[in-house]
Design a protein around this ligand. Structure first.
Ligand code: SAH
Length: 257
């Protein structure tokens, strides 16, 4: 009888291979099959054991080469053959990563699921820029927000709730809609001078950073051709950026005002 297989839902972290957890590495090294996303770096893909089968199922904006239903089927089929399957995702699988949707499908089909968390992009961007997500006197909370809706539906976020000057906002998947996001926040009275940091490909050799203000970010992102994956950190904490060239661009009076 075939031994039951399982699926390990693994977070690969934001890109830098040093930011993968020991648990993730152990699970990856034990895998017979790895089903991986586009955001996972080559160095991490190279950590698998010899002979491990690699199945890329990556998505990029407006391009879904392997539909989610098909990914679910691949996971069930491979685990049903008795394989140990690593489902490897960028960042953390449970933060804007559909990890919980895949887990629900697998459990429904009687497949065992194990988890290894990953460092999410917000933590990765924070650690490379020195921008804290909370800081006494500047931000009492942090919110992770999607800047994109399924099937390109209108972004109808609760702007009133988000426009809190004492909260740090981290926008995932927001590069195409950043103008709309900034407008929504300013309409609910978040000052146009609020600092905002864009980090693209954080923690990788291709990392790029840009600091701006809410009322200027859409133009700057367009002019400097920022593309996904880009993360935005919005709030007074951006003034603490360890990169002095960036921090000095921020007017502390207006930013903290
Ligand atoms: N599960 C992932 C998020 C997937 S959604 C995580 O926990 O990080 C994809 C979005 O994540 C991208 O559009 C971008 O906003 C963000 N992202 C992921 N990796 C990133 C990186 N290295 N640098 C900047 N943003 C990143």
């Amino acid at each position: 009888m075939t031994q039951p297989g399982k699926v390990c839902l693994i977070g690969a972290g934001p890109g830098d291979p040093e930011l993968i957890t020991l648990r993730a590495l152990r699970m990856l090294e034990a895998a017979d099959v790895v089903v991986h996303d586009k955001l996972v770096s080559r160095e991490i893909l190279n950590m698998v054991r010899p002979g491990c089968r690699m199945i890329p199922v990556g998505k990029s904006p407006k391009c879904h080469p392997v539909p989610q239903d098909r990914i679910n089927d691949i996971l069930v089929t491979e685990a049903s053959k008795g394989h140990t399957v690593a489902r490897l995702k960028g960042g953390d699988p449970m933060i804007f990563g559909r990890g919980s949707e895949e887990a629900a499908y697998l459990i429904k089909h009687g497949i065992a699921v194990e988890y290894a968390p990953g460092i999410t992009a917000a933590q990765g961007a924070s650690c490379v820029t020195g921008v804290p997500l909370t800081h006494r006197g500047l931000a009492t909370s942090v919110q992770y927000v999607t800047g994109h809706r399924q099937a390109d539906k209108v972004l109808d976020l609760d702007w009133k709730r988000l426009a809190d000057p004492d909260t740090t906002l981290v926008i995932y998947m927001g590069v195409a809609n950043i103008g709309q996001i900034a407008m929504g926040l300013m309409t609910e009275n978040l000052p146009g001078a609020t600092p905002i940091l864009a980090v693209s490909r954080a923690t990788t050799p291709d990392e790029r950073r840009l600091v701006s203000r809410l009322d200027q970010i859409a133009t700057d992102v367009r002019d400097q051709a920022f593309k996904a994956p880009t993360l935005f950190i919005i709030g007074k904490v951006v003034s603490l950026c360890a990169d002095r060239a960036i921090a000095d661009l921020i007017d502390p009076v207006k930013a903290h005002g």
